[in-house]
Design a protein around this ligand. Structure first.
Ligand SMILES: Cc1ncc(COP(=O)(O)O)c(C=O)c1O
Length: 358
């Protein structure tokens, strides 16, 4: 199977990491979007208190976790009507395996996108087609991914875009899976969930959420899916055989994390302050910031090949991701992640400003 998957894109970035590391003041790595701010203490405590966990966890999750997710989805996603919930060990795992679990034969995914949508289609030996956001133009398929706020662009879907995607699901009987793992990180816009627009009819609609970024829990592997009860029952049936159960201590940590929104606001403010610091420096250096209305990335272009932008930043010791990793349409953009300390972001901004002055 390995030879059928695309080359692991980060390998191509490694030489620029070597250049960035040579900077006299050290590398500032803004490439991989891995959280660096601490997991809140109260969530760590919930995990520790559940450390005695001799039994297998059940795939469907504890009743307490299911209630916590259900209530959270009603309050934060505007979910109505009949819907089910299911905990997941990370949303990457779900994205990579969903087409296999559903024996899907055709998958649509955004033409600038998180690479795992394509990987999931390849693992399932499904036909994979990149598509524009406008679902009126989508061909028929068994499954379509929507991602708002988008990784890498930070673009946010509006109500009409969601409703058109829901219409596509109803017309074609295809499944729409909305990956909403950055939902709570609005910058210039307040992102919404697809579940707000189903008018209580959630058939063929799923929304995927993750606590990795929201609660700085990427190391715990904690996520969940909400939506069509029939589809979730189908996924659960396979998973009961295939495993991927969420460890009980992680389930307890999820319950604690979902009950609190203050730590999420704090994290959102941190990311937005970092963006506010970097944007003027990038603009001075000739970059235009596109979209970037939510999430933890800046999507920037200098209307040059993305590798030229990556190389320019690398000699300043700053590592960014070339947009080509996310599809051909990203070939003139770079993605800059806010997952570095405040000090590192301040330093990155001054390195860029100084370079422009020199
Ligand atoms: C759009 C998108 N979906 C899913 C994931 C996976 O997140 P996790 O597996 O940590 O839940 C990521 C991670 O970067 C992402 O950017």
């Amino acid at each position: 199977m390995a030879h059928k998957l695309p080359d692991f894109p980060w390998d191509a970035l490694a030489p620029y990491g070597v250049i960035a590391k040579e900077h006299h003041a050290g590398i500032i790595d803004l490439s991989v979007g891995t959280p660096v701010d601490p997991t809140p203490d109260f969530i760590q405590r919930a995990l520790r208190e559940a450390a005695n966990s001799p039994s297998y966890p059940v795939t469907v999750g504890t009743p307490e976790l299911r209630v916590a997710i259900t209530e959270w989805a009603k309050k934060n996603l505007g979910a109505t009507g009949d819907f089910a919930v299911l905990p997941l060990i990370g949303s990457k795992e779900f994205v990579a395996w969903l087409p296999t679990l559903l024996t899907t034969k055709s998958v649509l995914y955004p033409d600038v996108a998180y690479p795992t949508y394509l990987v999931g289609a390849l693992l399932a030996k499904a036909e994979a087609t990149p598509v524009d956001i406008d679902a009126t133009q989508w061909p028929t398929a068994e499954l379509a991914w929507v991602n708002s706020p988008s990784n890498p662009t930070g673009r946010v879907h509006n109500e009409i875009e969601y409703r058109v995607a829901i219409d596509w699901a109803r017309r074609t009987k295809g499944v729409v899976v909305s990956d909403e793992c950055y939902l709570e990180f609005g910058t210039n816009k307040t992102p919404s969930s697809i579940l707000q627009y189903t008018d209580g009819d959630n058939r063929n609609i799923l929304a995927v959420h993750s606590l990795s970024k929201r609660s700085n829990l990427a190391g715990y592997r904690a996520a969940f899916v909400v939506g069509d009860p029939a589809l979730i029952a189908q996924i659960l049936e396979v998973r009961k055989h295939a495993g991927m159960m969420v460890p009980l201590p992680v389930q307890k940590a999820m319950i604690a994390a979902l009950a609190d929104s203050d730590h999420v606001s704090e994290q959102r403010n941190r990311y937005n302050a970092r963006k506010a610091k970097l944007i003027p420096a990038l603009t001075t250096a000739g970059f235009t910031i596109d979209f970037s209305d939510a999430g933890l990335y800046l999507w920037a272009t200098r209307n040059e090949d993305c590798w030229e932008s990556v190389a320019w930043l690398a000699q300043l010791g700053i590592l960014a991701t070339p947009g080509i990793f996310y599809g051909d349409k990203g070939s003139q953009h770079i993605r800059i992640a806010m997952t570095a300390t405040d000090q590192q972001i301040t330093d990155a901004a001054s390195r860029i400003t100084e370079a422009v002055k020199a």
